[in-house]
Design a protein around this ligand. Sequence first.
Ligand SMILES: Nc1nc2c(ncn2[C@@H]2O[C@H](COP(=O)(O)OP(=O)(O)OP(=O)(O)O)[C@@H](O)[C@H]2O)c(=O)[nH]1
Length: 865
Amino acid sequence: MEMSINNAKAALANPSAQLKVLLADPRVPEEARQGLEEAGLDVQSLGESGNGSKVEKGGDASAGRAESRVQVVDEHQNFTPKLSRYLDKWGLLDKGFAYDVVAVFGSQSTGKSTLLNRLFGTSFDVMDETKRQQTTKGIWLCPSTYSSTLVMDVEGTDGRERGEDQDFERKSALFSLASTEVLIVNLWEHQIGLYQGANMGLLKTVFEVNLSLFGGSAEQHAEGLSSSSHEKTMLLFVIRDHVGATPLKNLMETLTQDMEKIWSSLSKPDHLVSARLSDYFDLSFSALPHKILLPDKFEEAVVNLRKRFTDRSRPDYVFKPVYHKRIPADGVAFYMEGIWQKVLTNKDLDLPTQQELLAQFRCDEIAAMVLEAFQDASKGVRRPVESGSVLDGLGGMMNDWRTTALAKFDKDASRYHQAVYTRKRLDLLKAIDNALAPLFMGQLKNVHKRCVATFRTELVDGLKGEGYDFGKVVKEIARRVEKDFIERAEETQLKDTDWQFDDELALLRDDLKLIADQCRVDETKKMVNAIERSLRKQLAEPVEIGLAKPNAEMWDNLLRVFRAMLDKSEEVYLAKAKSRDCPLFGRNSKANPGSPLGFNCTEEENTASMSNLRRRAWHHFRAKVGEQLSDPAILAKLKNSFEDVFRYDAAGVPRVWSPGDDIDSVFRHAKDETLALIPLYAKIKPKDPSNAFTLPSDASVDASLDPDADFDFPSTLIIFSETKKLDLENRFKRDADAYYVEAKRSVVSSVAQIPVWMYGVLVVLGWNEAMYVLFNPLYLLLLVLLASSAYVVLQLGLVGPMLQVSRTVFNEVKTIAKDRLSEAFQDVQPQLEKPYTTSVGGGDGRARHEQDQKTGNPNETFLEK
Ligand SMILES: Nc1nc2c(ncn2[C@@H]2O[C@H](COP(=O)(O)OP(=O)(O)OP(=O)(O)O)[C@@H](O)[C@H]2O)c(=O)[nH]1
């Protein structure tokens, strides 16, 4: 431990180059320097050598020196454009208000630069003793080595170089007062009490200038807006070569009296007549021993005086907040230049206006920079939003960009004129919100699109299968989709904005309703179709039965059944179509309060659907009737009806015609009764008119629901036209005639049957043969066998197969016999041909044969055949 301390001390005694550079940095805090001083390091000498400042004139003006100071205003009264760059280099730009400005005033060659160099470690040029001429020209600025202080060295007054020209003196006074907190008035002890020598003329100028700068206008004064109580400057009189014969206290009194005298001698504007010197200036005094005669004491006093500039804990610390000109460091360059331009053009220099101008300029600059960063950050999401994507967490991102931008603006701009800052902040906020609003709107649009698509898809899925409740499905999906939309919109909506999404939500609701309505129409159609199918099935049997038993009330019964089924179907439809109030659609609230949520159709839709249902039901009824009364069916029905009367008696027993029966009258009766059915079937006409069925007029039918809109109801009641009736009558009559003829034949055949005595003859003649078979065991056995086989065959139902087998065997035998016969004939043919060819007597048989073919010889033809 001991060793490390010793090593550290050795390092401090012989500091490295890096340490020197570090200590040359004006940003090194005072505490750190004090710590080093306490550790035995000569910080002052290090600082001076570190930043290249040389107290003495001459030597080479090193690059370090050149870099550590800047001539703000040159001898030709031009303002430097490099000030901002220098401030940046000195690390002061981001200091905000944490910096101070001190300037020195005094006659030429009175050791001002020397004093500043010793006090602040600056590197201002000092006079070359051998030449004794003006050194500082214009106004110079250099950072203090010991704190964040800008030190201003102003060209000395009373210089022989400017002679009687007091112009620059006034201008530099204006310039210095507008920006400094402490104005060091440098004067020799022996000058005190002398008007010219003590720079009293200069001080008068300072006071006058001060009044014009900070006195405010008469109006402001009247309104109590004068800034005199705030804009104060410290005048620090540094009495050089103080021998000590006259105590400092006395010198202070003399100087104070002189100041008061000068102040009262000023010709003040009316509203400032009563203004006191202390309203604008605090006076402070310090004395320094002779530098050449008492160098040690001089140095000691300088170190002491320096503490008044660096040690905030001291009661005589000079940089009191009240003196600060409230110009943020990053605005100093712009501000000083503005001041100097005003000074040059001899225009009224109104400091508050200057501060406001500066604030406007800087706030605009900061806002532009902040906006640029904001645009860069938000650039990445613009394209996806424009291309229709819904971005997760967009609201959070937008909020972050906005907060970051505002925080940056607040940090840099809040130091400027408050009214300007507040105004510019609002402008910035507006610009940011305007830039973000399209993202918000884009996101809403995309969410809307997505919600509509989701609603459509989920609705289609929800309506698949059986047993769903349309209203419930729609309501549930709509609720989910709307919730999603609202959540997204709220997430994207920024606080403290007037952004709303009510219109977009209403638009979404409209779109959902439109889709649901369309779906409802489709679903209603589906429901009507289902009811219609069921009705068609139910109708089939009653119509068949009803038409099979024709009677005078046939149509009444059929129409009553039809009516009852239709009413039931309509009930089913209405139970689903009407429903309680559905929140999505908000209508039909009175309908069926107890029923489950359904399609919630409108009255018009219900009327149209039911009319359509009735028409379709009728269509099916009529089609079924048509099918049951088609030509073959009606003829069969007529035939049955005729048979019922003609072939069966009143008790339903089949008739067996005997020669004595009155076939003709029964036939006539049956025919007339059957023919009477044709007009009954020909038209749907109930006996009781109250059972008649009618359909609504065509005008009330929705054509979109009914593709068969132009059908003519009365024509559907006609089943057989007059021609058709005649045709049916004729066709029936032919059938009936056939029955009549058949009946007549049956009488004849029953008359022509075998007489009974014939059976007696058969018994008598066949008695012996029968006995022979019965009493011959062989024949009897054969008979029994044949009878048993026949019984078994009959019992097993093998008669058919056996007949089939017999037939097949017979056919087979026949085919084989045929083949054998044709083969036999083929064998016989050569033998027959032989005598034929020889009979020609050695001639060419073949030629003969061909000739015979031509002449058509019958023998040949026979043979070939
Ligand atoms: N007697 C005396 N001479 C001093 C003192 N301080 C500086 N000098 C000398 O006074 C001369 C002028 O010093 P500068 O510091 O250049 O004076 P200045 O007021 O800055 O001069 P300009 O910049 O030309 O106005 C130099 O030769 C210094 O050595 C001092 O405290 N007492």
